[in-house]
Design a protein around this ligand. Structure first.
Ligand SMILES: C=CC1=C(C)c2cc3[nH]c(cc4nc(cc5[nH]c(cc1n2)c(C)c5CCC(=O)O)C(CCC(=O)O)=C4C)c(C)c3C=C
Ligand SMILES: [Fe+2]
Length: 396
């Protein structure tokens, strides 16, 4: 049965890009970091750190310790070799214990380096990619600095929230005295599919989200639009990808009082099936030229899918990998909820920036959303084996 293929052995063939079941591990090693084209898991714990040590050697040591712990935790093991209960009783355990007995749950840990890491503290200024230049200000955004930016991010995705939180907690514990948490974000109910094997999930506005996403199976597009090529910038980033994060508050109560036809015109897709307006099925190709009998476009000019579509931006695509969030209520009787948007791409200034500029200026959805945090991170390629560590090529 499937059990024979659900083991952790990766000796034959390429490492699994995805777990066979929601309990299984995803390979930590490979050409690419896991957690990008890996079929999106259900849960997120994302953290952004500020480096507080001033010593380059201490930062390198931390990255080595983090890599070892990440390699273990993604395979369903304790963060350290003694584990939660196997060490000396006089010392704090090298794992915090709340994941004891839980399987790997598809945990992936993906690291990214923010623009601020390349200031004069660690001698990295000459290695800063042009693609990490700060994002421009966008009309209408209301960014909070205390939940934006950061020197180093780690995206933990898993099918079990306890497993994702355990991983981030242990990495933060290991980093004590060398890094401090700047901000972190929990997410649930992935808002994108990143593989054709996955059903398209729904966002908190009730629409299918991820239909026209870049997917694991789109090999040629991934090469052209997702992965940094040799020659794009500094050698240490070849084979990596750039991540943009945006916390987007969604005004749920206003949306819920909006008519169905208005909601569908805002996205340019129908709510039930997710089909482009004027078409029947979710994956039918969008016809932007189609006109109604009165001559107006079937897909409104200010609809989200028209403004975000690659054909509007010289064929610029994104691999979206975001999550819903709800953080209780805001004290004014409204849910404090939205989308933690994550997008990967080869060059954010050629992909995220022009798309977001168009959306910020024209999208009808803007009446219902507000961007409140932003992050930009360079995610290096994957690790070859246990002799490799996060940031090795950057610090070489
Ligand atoms: C700058 C990039 C984007 C932001 C920010 C963004 C916010 C956002 N999107 C939705 C809901 C949907 N988005 C959909 C499609 C879609 N969105 C983007 C980009 C951003 N969205 C792209 C590139 C696309 C694909 C366009 C295409 O090629 O057709 C859809 C439709 C279904 C789908 O294809 O995924 C929905 C629904 C929300 C709610 C939101 C902010 C809160
Ligand atoms: Fe969108």
């Amino acid at each position: 049965g499937a059990g024979a293929f659900a083991t952790r052995s990766v000796l034959e063939g390429p490492p699994p890009a995805a777990a066979a079941t929601t309990s299984d591990p995803v390979s930590f090693y490979g050409e690419r970091q896991a957690g990008i084209v890996t079929p999106a898991q259900d849960r997120l714990h994302f953290v952004s750190f500020d480096v507080i040590t001033k010593k380059r050697e201490e930062l390198v040591e931390l990255l080595q310790e983090w890599t070892a712990a990440a390699a273990r935790m993604t395979q369903g093991k304790d963060a350290g070799t003694f584990g939660a209960v196997g060490g000396a009783p006089e010392a704090p355990p090298d794992d915090t214990g709340e994941a004891l007995g839980l399987p790997a749950s598809g945990l992936t840990l993906t690291i990214g380096f923010g623009p601020s890491l390349f200031d004069d503290r660690f001698g990295l200024a000459a290695k800063k990619p042009a693609a990490l230049a700060d994002l421009p200000k966008f009309p209408g955004e209301d960014l909070k600095p205390e939940i934006s930016g950061g020197d180093i991010c780690i995206q933990a995705c898993a099918h079990d929230p306890q497993v994702a939180v355990h991983a981030i907690r242990n990495l933060a514990r290991i980093g004590f005295g060398r890094v401090s948490i700047r901000w972190s974000q929990l997410g649930f109910g992935r808002t994108s599919s990143t593989s054709r094997s996955q059903a398209t999930p729904r966002n908190l506005f009730g629409f299918k989200d991820g239909t026209n996403n870049l997917k694991l199976e789109d090999a040629a597009l991934l090469k052209d639009q997702l992965w940094v090529a040799p020659g794009d910038g500094p050698a240490w980033m070849a084979g990596g990808s750039y991540m943009v994060t945006r916390k987007i508050r969604m005004n749920i109560e206003t949306w819920d009082r909006t008519s169905l036809v208005e909601q569908e015109e805002i996205f340019g897709r129908d709510k039930g099936e997710g089909a482009p307006m004027g078409k029947k099925r979710e994956f039918d190709v969008i016809d932007f030229a189609a006109k109604k009998p009165d001559g107006t476009p079937v897909i409104p000019m200010d609809s989200h899918v028209r403004l975000a579509h690659p054909s509007t931006h010289g064929n610029a695509h994104l691999l979206r990998r975001g999550y819903n969030y709800v953080e209780g209520s805001d004290g004014l009787g409204r849910l404090d909820a939205g989308l933690f948007f994550i997008a990967y791409q080869r060059d954010p200034h050629k992909q995220y920036v022009p798309i977001q500029m168009e959306l910020a200026r024209k999208d009808k959805l803007n009446e219902y959303i507000k961007h409140i945090s932003s992050g930009l991170f360079a995610c290096p390629p994957g690790l070859r084996d246990a002799g490799d560590y996060w940031g090795r090529a950057l610090f070489a």
